[in-house]
Design a protein around this ligand. Structure first.
Ligand code: ARG
Length: 560
């Protein structure tokens, strides 16, 4: 309502479209610069005046209204100060849907996330795609989109060829029975130890030529040809992995609309490539490999022995998905090392005439580092995701015992891990340490959960929630800060959606909880003459934090 009014006031004075004005309006970090600010730099060229002069002139022309108290200019900005009592009234009215919109108009957004490779256990490096994807699903759903979560299991590819070779040579039956995931991991590491090639994680296929790698490729070919023995091993690997993955997804409480193996799309991919060959869009080398030309460079889309490669499957899968879901947007979330793969994928689809290629986006994220090293399964320097979760849950159990409260260790432990991942912008690397994972103070998930529980207990203790009228004298500094932050929530969610960046919500949640704790330290709630007002403010905070944490996939507790 405040922003709308400001847009209204501005559009009477300047010749910009309301949407454009809306996009330009900023929320200053420092309260001296107002609650909203409009930068006049864009107007400078047209009016042939400095932004400063324009801002000064406009600030004088625009008259304050009932809800906009004061208008000032500073350094090329027009600063708007809103009426805090009016804002307080608005904030006290919020309900459980606070921040929700139907901006998305039920349009479909498909998100390809998590997508681990079978045969390897999920380690802390896999957690990013999984947790980011889940949070984005929640954000888009909240903004009124129809979301479709797809888990595209890496059930083929060179790593499978390697595992099958290792399985045939070295597997131990008993170990396989007892702990199949551990045994598969042992086999994979052993195989990688034999290979003598440089590997670039994420693009391994293109970089390996070695006798062991050749063996792995042969197994892949056999698998594609439907060889029975190879298939049987493959099935066993699949089953064991599937169980392991499900355990992790259960712990994280993450679901998908569709879980499907990459292998399902090989035939479709090949068929698409044959069509492209017929149309002359793709070309064949003498050895049978097929390529398209992208930026005057050859990009291979089928391997020399006519086996499918990573992109072959993705071509098939993209086309099938577009048909099945008719999505408005399709987001792939993977490590940044697959950036080129997705650029090629989208460009190839476009070359082949698929218009939906323009609606596909790759969201790359940085690596999760543990100590100095990048976590890589083939080296065996991994921390399993399951271990991490179990350890944080155990720590939460001890903390809760110490405090003698009713919190849920699972919610606290899982919340801690999710928050560590989400508080980092996707592009940045995450530095993972046990110390950080097991610390529940400061900028952590448990601190947020704790702030929520504290607010809940205040409400629970009060007998006057429904009795006292929400009347109030002058607002304190801490009250104003809290009210303003609450009012920023809807915009924060929209920004997070636009930028595909849940970190905005994580940072926001932390700011909000801090403001609440400061408020609570300096303003008595129960027994104060503003009790009614303050209780409602606490409740509005509670609702807002609840919704923000929901978008991060972090569960709250009424007591902790
Ligand atoms: N399985 C791949 C990996 O572990 C990620 C797959 C991402 N999705 C896709 N459609 N290519 O690196």
């Amino acid at each position: 309502m405040f922003k709308k009014e400001i847009i209204n006031l501005l559009s009477k004075q300047i010749k910009l479209k309301p949407e454009k004005i809306s996009n330009l309006i900023e929320i200053p970090q420092i309260s001296e610069f107002g609650d909203y600010a409009f930068p006049c730099f864009v107007l400078s060229k047209k009016h042939k005046k400095s932004p400063n002069q324009i801002a000064e002139k406009l600030a004088k022309q625009i008259k304050p209204t009932k809800i906009i108290d004061k208008i000032e200019s500073k350094a090329g900005y027009i600063n708007f100060f809103i009426n805090k009592n009016k804002l307080a009234q608005e904030i006290l009215k919020i309900n459980a849907n606070f921040g929700k919109t139907n901006l998305g108009k039920k349009k479909k957004i498909a998100i390809d996330f998590s997508a681990p490779n079978i045969g390897k256990p999920m380690h802390i490096g896999h957690i990013r795609s999984t947790i980011l994807g889940d949070s984005l699903m929640r954000i888009y759903e909240f903004l009124g989109y129809n979301t479709i979560g797809i888990n595209y299991l890496g059930d083929v590819g060179l790593h499978i060829g390697k595992l099958i070779v290792a399985y045939e040579l070295w597997s131990n039956k008993q170990a396989l029975k007892k702990d199949p995931i551990a045994e598969l991991l042992r086999l994979y590491i052993k195989f990688c130890g034999k290979e003598k090639t440089k590997i670039r994680e994420g693009l391994e296929e293109e970089f390996q030529e070695d006798k062991w790698t050749t063996k792995a490729k042969e197994k892949l070919k056999l698998l594609e040809l439907g060889n029975k023995k190879t298939h049987k091993i493959w099935n066993e690997i699949q089953k064991a992995s599937g169980k392991g993955f499900d355990k992790v997804y259960d712990m994280l409480k993450i679901d998908f609309h569709e879980t499907v193996g990459q292998s399902q799309f090989g035939d479709k991919g090949k068929q698409v490539i044959i069509n492209a060959l017929e149309k002359g869009i793709a070309k064949k080398e003498e050895d049978g490999a097929v390529y398209v030309e992208l930026n005057k460079q050859k990009k291979y889309i089928l391997r020399s022995n006519e086996t499918a490669s990573y992109i072959t499957y993705d071509l098939g899968a993209a086309i099938e998905r577009a048909k099945k879901y008719n999505f408005e947007k399709m987001i792939y979330i993977t490590d940044f090392r697959q950036k080129q793969h997705f650029e090629s994928l989208f460009a190839t689809l476009k070359l082949m005439g698929y218009a939906f290629a323009d609606n596909m986006i790759h969201l790359p994220f940085g690596t999760v580092k543990f100590g100095k090293e990048i976590i890589a399964t083939r080296k065996g320097n991994i921390i399993l995701l399951k271990q991490v979760l179990e350890k944080t849950i155990e720590k939460a159990k001890q903390e809760i015992k110490k405090r003698k409260t009713k919190g849920s260790p699972e919610k606290v432990g899982v919340g801690a891990i999710k928050y560590i991942i989400l508080k980092n912008e996707p592009v940045k690397d995450v530095q993972f340490s046990w110390e950080q994972a097991l610390s529940f103070e400061g900028n952590t998930g448990p601190y947020l959960q704790y702030s929520y529980a504290r607010a809940s207990s205040i409400i629970k203790k009060s007998k006057n929630f429904n009795k006292i009228k929400s009347k109030k004298n002058k607002l304190t500094k801490q009250e104003i800060e809290l009210i303003k932050l609450i009012s920023n929530f809807p915009q924060t969610v929209q920004d997070a959606g636009k930028q595909m960046n849940p970190a905005l919500i994580a940072t926001y949640s932390h700011e909000l909880a801090k403001a609440f704790n400061e408020f609570y330290q300096s303003c008595r709630v129960i027994g104060d003459k503003s009790e009614g007002f303050r209780l409602r403010l606490v409740d509005a905070f509670r609702t807002t934090l609840h919704n923000a944490l929901h978008l991060l996939g972090i569960e709250v507790m009424e007591e902790m």
